[in-house]
Design a protein around this ligand. Structure first.
Ligand SMILES: *Cc1c(COP(=O)(O)O)cnc(C)c1O
Length: 382
């Protein structure tokens, strides 16, 4: 029975939408914290009061107990399998979200006076750049898409990383602008550092091309607060003496991320989500599904005179799809009607306006179809 349920989860998720009992689920297009896979939520709910038959919740057990240590090790092992993480990389589970790493990266990888390079393709890149500015660094921005109003990624080969830079930082997917690199930037031989918050686990990544990958969990991997860091071992052990212990990658690696109490529930959920992805065919299968969802939605938007997406075609995000209506005066009506149809959190980021549909792994293609049906209807009535 469980197997059949898993195999048909998309249909089940869609069927739930039309139910009218207390367990009704909507298609939630939130950019983050985002919709999670229903089977994961159901499993977590079913074992919330007695985890593994222990008579205790996973929320109530020591992080140093054998059960939780095994749970965290399993979450890490699952991530390692999914992403084919090479042996010479460490996986860390840290707190403070992705934003804490805007500070953690310069503190761990530089000394005062060093040069660092950042590509600027949107608001998250810009925040990382601003934070780096606090650490007595020469912060160089070899490519800046502010001029395109963050609607494009730089052309491959159009920028040069300064010699001697400690690293090149970029944001593979800009969650707010819906702008995504369709290539891995050439870092000119220096370690490549990437904020994968809103695209990790959406498709395979060649981890070996990176010095450091980091991601907040709440877009595609679980609840907020947890950040996953995947760091090549030779980059460890260089933290500045002033680095807070809980941000020191070497110290955290030595302590298996348990120098202090880790976000236990978030790590547990990360593990469940990893297993859900594996059961569904792994990252190749996720990539196929995500590509199909994105193509469907962009194809519809491009074929319409009423809706528009401003992003350069090759840089369009698979995960976050911003769009505008021909008449912004209709935005409020559009959102109210969507909400009534069980399509929630479509309002664009407060800084850009319009709409944004986030279609992470947990969004079934039925959700995208329902959105397109609604958009078709709304445009016909407008
Ligand atoms: C959401 C997001 C962040 C910030 O994550 P927090 O967990 O809130 O710190 C950083 N970078 C990107 C690309 C994001 O999408």
């Amino acid at each position: 029975m469980r197997g059949a349920l898993l195999a048909r989860r998309d249909e089940i998720a869609a069927a739930r939408i039309s139910g009218n009992d207390d367990s009704v689920r909507v298609f939630n297009f939130s950019a983050g914290p985002a919709q999670l896979p229903l089977p994961v939520l159901e499993q977590a709910a079913s074992e919330l009061t007695s985890w593994g038959g222990s008579g205790m919740s996973v929320l109530e057990v020591s992080h140093r107990g054998a059960d939780f240590v095994a749970c965290a090790a399993d979450a890490e092992a699952t991530l390692r399998r999914l992403l084919s993480i090479p042996k010479n990389y460490r996986v860390l589970f840290l707190q403070g979200g992705a934003s804490a790493q805007f500070a953690g990266i310069p503190l761990n990888l530089t000394a005062p006076g060093d040069t660092v390079a950042y590509l600027n393709t949107g608001q998250w890149s810009a925040k990382a750049i601003k934070q780096a500015g606090a650490y007595e660094l020469d912060v160089v921005v070899p490519a800046d898409e502010a001029a395109s109003s963050y609607t494009a990624t730089p052309e491959p080969g159009s920028f040069t990383v300064p010699e001697g830079a400690r690293y090149l930082h970029y944001t593979p997917n800009e969650t707010i602008g819906g702008v995504e690199f369709d290539y891995v930037p050439d870092s000119g031989g220096v370690p490549l550092v990437a904020d994968f918050s809103s695209t990790i686990l959406s498709r395979p990544i060649d981890v070996s091309r990176y010095g450091l990958i980091y991601a907040g969990a709440q877009k595609n991997m679980g609840p907020s607060g947890l950040a996953v860091i995947i760091v090549r071992e030779d980059l460890l052990g260089r933290a500045r003496p002033v680095t807070p212990t809980v941000l020191d990658y070497q110290k955290m690696a030595d302590a298996d991320s348990m120098l202090n109490t880790p976000p236990t529930f978030a790590i547990y959920l990360l593990g469940l989500i990893g297993h859900w992805i594996e059961d569904d065919g792994g990252l190749e299968a996720m990539a196929e599904r995500n590509r199909a969802k994105a193509e469907l939605l962009y194809g519809f938007i491009d074929s319409s005179d009423f809706y528009a997406n401003p992003v350069q075609k090759r840089s369009r995000s698979w995960m976050n799809v911003p769009f505008t209506l021909a008449d912004p005066a209709l935005d409020a009506d559009f959102l109210a009607g969507a909400q009534a149809a069980g399509l929630t959190n479509l309002k664009g980021h407060r800084s850009v306006g319009g709409m944004r549909a986030s279609i992470y792994n947990a969004m079934p293609i039925e959700g995208v179809r329902a959105l397109i049906d609604y958009m078709t209807d709304f445009a016909a009535r407008a």
